[in-house]
Design a protein around this ligand. Structure first.
Ligand SMILES: [Zn+2]
Length: 248
């Protein structure tokens, strides 16, 4: 079953909301009001690890090592300006079998940008990533989850599928490995109860600069994979997937 949740016929609902309501709703990661986006599938055993704001020389290589050790593939939404600084890291991510997606060139808040600027941010990042990797980019995640219908249209116009998430690691907060894990476990359990796969938002970088420390995220991922892939009598059928399995 495709993971794209059908666009909510919500145009009239959206129009009926106050402006503040629309702004709020378009930031809520599982809202479909601004247009269709990929979130997760209906197999509750499927979990996608997604990492935004890299590549980052302070965490991406370590994260690649952890993922390789567990034999798991993930989805990385790269910021163009950082990929330009470290194209070797972006190439390593792809060469290791992960997906590289578009997270804009400079990580602006797209909902306050002009349609022309939005298109430029997406097109420039696509061109750069395709130049670095030699492969077409298929997926896009809006910075901060901020989107308007024209943001989604610009993405679709470039052949990009917008991807949001339904579990937030909050790994930008100083909550440590245990705090990140608690957020992930709670979110996964919630989705499982609702028969949904889990799309985990994490960060291997920080949007303000290259070199942001993200080792708590790397350690949390290591622990999550160790726990969820541990062979045992009650081993679940948990499968770590990349977001393309949910694309129709
Ligand atoms: Zn970001």
């Amino acid at each position: 079953m495709p993971g794209i949740i059908a666009e909510v016929a919500a145009a009239t609902t959206a129009l009926g909301l106050a402006a503040g309501g629309i702004a709020y709703t378009s930031l809520w990661p599982t809202s479909q009001i601004a247009g269709r986006a990929l979130i997760a599938g209906t197999n509750a055993e499927e979990i996608a690890l997604t990492f935004d704001d890299g590549p980052n020389d302070a965490a991406t290589p370590q994260l690649l090592e952890v993922l390789a050790r567990h034999g798991v593939h993930a989805t990385f939404f790269n910021v163009g300006n950082f990929a330009r600084l470290r194209p070797d890291l972006t190439r390593q991510v792809l060469a290791a079998g992960h997906i590289v997606g578009n997270h804009t060139m400079s990580h602006p808040y797209l909902s306050t940008q002009s349609p022309a600027r939005v298109r430029q941010e997406l097109a420039d990042c696509n061109a750069l990533l395709e130049d670095i990797t030699g492969e077409a980019v298929r997926f896009f995640r809006p910075p901060f989850g901020a989107r308007r219908p024209y943001v989604m249209r610009a993405a679709r116009g470039l052949g990009l599928t917008p991807v949001l998430w339904n579990v937030t690691g909050h790994d930008w907060d100083p909550i440590g490995v245990a705090g990140i894990l608690a957020n992930l476990d709670g979110g996964i359990a919630h989705n499982r109860r609702h028969g949904q796969g889990s799309n985990l938002l994490l960060h291997d970088g920080g949007h303000l600069a290259m070199g942001i420390p993200r080792m708590d995220t790397v350690r949390a991922v290591d622990q999550l994979l160790t726990e969820r892939l541990r062979p045992s009598e009650t081993a679940s059928a948990t499968r770590f997937v990349t977001v393309d399995v949910w694309a129709s």
